[in-house]
Design a protein around this ligand. Structure first.
Ligand code: GLY
Length: 288
């Protein structure tokens, strides 16, 4: 049993995941509940996740989210979804109640309504902070950068593994822009015989490398989670030239509960497994 999350702001989510896992919850419920808490909280929106995130260039919040179980074929995602505070919950509904795997834009919103979600006005989706950042963007004063993205992985008491990701995407992006997060193999991947991985960072670039699939394949071939993340990062950095690498952070968890991470930038992440009573905070330094 174990849990891991991207960035320092995942600490409360991973703590919640630990409690849920220890109380016997299924990994998918653990991931969905922990991600939803963050998504629906305006205060964490400035980490580029859910409600309170930064809108697109037209001022509309458009979210991407996905969930994947280790069991083969269990994947659901939404992209460019407007007006729903918990997009990863909608992604789970896509996985369980739709013949499709990825729904986007108005189709994703229509599906969410059919599944009982409330679609809220865009004003409800922005925080004072993100609305004001948007005004600065319009006045060409904006300094907002970053691609925080929440990615979490849970391994439950029965050995089920699930990974979930959620993001409001690149601040002030073009309407309809989709990043790596809802794309299987790019933003996330899971295999119940091996483990799972998730990515955070510049999704326009990350999606060109399928890093989450690559990490899981390397673990399948015998690498530890840490080794796999570092090999994938090194491979990308070799292709992009080390000093020009885009922002990417990777986390991984295997079926033994071992965790690993690698990143092109300083990358705090949080995890817990059976070796520890408390959730651990670690920082992966960028390669020198
Ligand atoms: N990694 C999140 C995004 O670029 O959309």
């Amino acid at each position: 049993m174990a849990a891991i999350g991207t960035w320092a702001f995942s600490y409360p989510a991973v703590r919640q995941m630990k409690d849920l896992i220890l109380s016997g919850e299924h990994a998918t419920d653990v991931v969905e509940r922990a991600v939803a808490e963050v998504e629906d909280d305006k205060e964490t929106g400035h980490h580029i996740v859910g409600r309170g995130g930064f809108p697109n260039s037209l001022g509309m919040l458009e979210c991407d989210a996905a969930i994947m179980e280790g069991r083969p074929g269990q994947f659901g995602a939404v992209a460019a979804l407007k007006g729903v505070g918990t997009p990863c919950k909608v992604a789970r509904k896509v996985m369980e109640n739709s013949p499709h795997s990825l729904l986007v834009g108005e189709g994703a919103q229509q599906f969410a309504v059919e599944q009982g979600f409330t679609v809220e006005p865009n004003d409800n989706m922005l925080s004072d902070r993100s609305a004001s950042a948007y005004q600065d963007f319009l006045e060409k004063k904006s300094k907002v950068r970053g691609h925080d993205t929440l990615g979490v992985i849970a391994l439950d008491l029965k050995g089920n593994i699930t990974v979930g990701v959620s993001t409001s995407g690149a601040p002030f992006k073009s309407p309809g822009r989709v990043g790596d997060s809802p794309l299987p193999g790019c933003g996330l991947f899971a295999d119940h015989t091996v483990g799972a991985a998730a990515a955070t960072g510049d999704g326009d670039k990350i999606m060109c490398y399928c890093p989450s699939f690559h990490v899981v394949q390397l673990m399948k071939q015998g690498s530890t989670p840490s080794e796999a993340c570092h090999i994938v990062l090194t491979d990308i950095m070799t292709k992009t030239e080390p000093d020009k690498c885009f922002e990417i952070g990777l986390i991984a968890l295997n079926m033994k509960g071992e965790v690993g991470a690698a990143s092109s930038v300083e990358f705090p992440y949080t995890f817990w497994n059976q070796s520890y009573d408390a959730v651990q905070e670690c920082t992966q330094l960028s390669p020198s």
